[in-house]
Design a protein around this ligand. Structure first.
Ligand SMILES: Nc1ncnc2c1ncn2[C@@H]1O[C@H](COP(=O)(O)OP(=O)(O)OP(=O)(O)O)[C@@H](O)[C@H]1O
Ligand SMILES: O=P(O)(O)O[C@H]1[C@H](OP(=O)(O)O)[C@@H](OP(=O)(O)O)[C@@H](O)[C@@H](O)[C@@H]1OP(=O)(O)O
Ligand SMILES: [Mg+2]
Ligand SMILES: [Mg+2]
Length: 373
């Protein structure tokens, strides 16, 4: 009986019913998990369902097959029932890639969506792309590799051409420490870096450690840090940051809490090194908080659109997000502090529809190209 299910469960159950389909001979997950039928109570709960599943009079005949190679965590957060249902209506289906079988023997795929670490996978996907140029690989492994290094990640950003825009973009002054962090203090001062400095592991390798950040208040404390790392100037920004999600041509921005400003008094008094809390990944919503509007105001949309467009070209990526902060006291002076490949899109509003449109547009563009040949 539907009445025994909470509204969230009901929604999932209905979605799963819609999901019972096969694709390219591979049975999709979620089949046979549906309570059958419904009653009056069901109707009542239906009102709380955030979106309506309607029986469509016709099914899209054109099929677009998206092969995916994702970690179990990413699969769980990204491949949610709502996404699969909306995709199916547009003739898009998701097929898991079997890592134990040669990739070329699987599919055929129109799109390969992947986020896996390691040289072995990089070689597999590079080789596959060479042999299957008709397949869109999201995204090219070489381009992803660039943003796994916190130095190359931000290279070229300050030179982007955003001249006509209502904001300006910078990256914090930073330097790389490959070894001997004790002697890095002299180099940091020579390079003009001002304390406090944020110490970030140079390589992002998917481990929790690569997201373990430290704040070093004085030159002596640098000796306590483990290279390889980047030392980056801390930029006061009023405790709010902006995550700009990019999916092809679409962008969405959300606010997150961040670290509070560091006063001159604190800079003078405090020494030592402190581990950062992962404030910005917290689920707590900034939107209902009582924030200073000059801090919380979203960056101008045309500015973000121009920035995302330039970054797509510079990075050669279509799926990423940017962490941005507004320099405290400024109107629209922004710093990019981080870029993430295939981030937590489930935290992007309406991500399911955005992805369906993205895949659909891609399929149409391909079809058009084929017809023009
Ligand atoms: N230069 C900086 N100045 C001020 N705050 C910073 C700076 N760099 C990082 N932060 C703060 O630390 C947080 C984590 O830094 P960063 O985004 O570089 O790490 P990360 O581990 O790559 O995060 P993510 O989970 O987004 O991948 C930022 O969201 C921001 O709150
Ligand atoms: O954990 P989530 O799904 O939220 O996604 C996070 C993602 O982890 P995952 O890819 O393993 O899922 C991280 O990837 P790695 O740097 O460790 O490769 C990084 O991109 C974070 O920035 C994402 O958080 P967001 O910035 O979007 O909030
Ligand atoms: Mg970040
Ligand atoms: Mg990051």
């Amino acid at each position: 009986m539907f009445g025994t299910l909470a509204s969230g469960e009901l929604e999932t159950a209905r979605l799963r019913r819609d999901l019972g389909f096969s694709c390219g001979g591979i049975r999709m997950e979620g089949e046979n998990m549906v309570p059958q039928g419904g009653d009056g109570e069901g109707e009542q709960v239906n009102e709380t369902v955030p979106f309506q599943i309607q029986q469509h009079p016709f099914e899209q005949t054109q099929k677009l097959v998206v092969g995916y190679a994702l970690t179990p965590k990413k699969k769980k957060s990204f491949l949610q029932p709502k996404l699969e249902v909306l995709a199916r209506r547009k003739g898009i289906c998701f097929v898991p890639i079997d890592l134990n079988r040669p990739l070329s023997e699987q599919g055929p795929f129109d799109i390969v969506l992947h986020k896996l670490l390691g040289k072995e996978w990089q070689d597999v996907i590079e080789d596959y792309q060479k042999k299957h140029q008709e397949v869109t690989v999201l995204d090219p492994p070489g381009a992803i590799q660039r943003i796994h290094n916190r130095q190359s990640m931000l290279q070229g950003l300050a030179d982007l051409n955003l001249s006509d825009c209502s904001g300006s973009i910078f990256v914090p002054k930073q330097m790389v420490v490959l070894k001997d962090s004790a002697s890095s203090a002299d180099r940091a001062i020579e390079a003009g870096l001002k304390f406090p400095l944020v110490a970030k592991p140079l390589w992002i390798d998917g481990t929790a450690k690569s997201h373990q950040l430290f704040l070093a208040y004085d030159r002596r404390s640098l000796a306590e840090l483990d290279p390889p790392l980047v030392l980056q100037e801390f930029v006061n920004h009023g405790g709010v940051m902006f995550k700009v999600f990019v999916v092809g041509d679409t962008i969405k921005v959300v606010r997150r809490f961040s670290l509070p400003n560091i006063s001159n008094c604190e800079k003078a008094k405090v020494d030592g090194v402190f581990q950062f809390p992962r404030v910005s990944s917290a689920a707590a919503s900034v939107d209902n908080a009582d924030l200073d509007p000059s801090v919380a105001e979203l960056p101008p949309k045309p500015f973000l659109e121009a920035l995302a467009k330039e970054l797509r070209i510079l990075l050669g990526l279509r799926l990423f997000n940017i962490d941005m902060i507004r320099e405290h006291g400024s109107k629209n002076v922004f710093y990019v502090i981080d870029i993430n490949y295939f981030p937590g899109y489930a935290k992007m509003p309406d991500y399911e529809q955005v992805f369906v449109d993205f895949f659909h547009d891609m399929a149409q563009a391909k079809q058009k190209k084929r017809h023009c040949k």
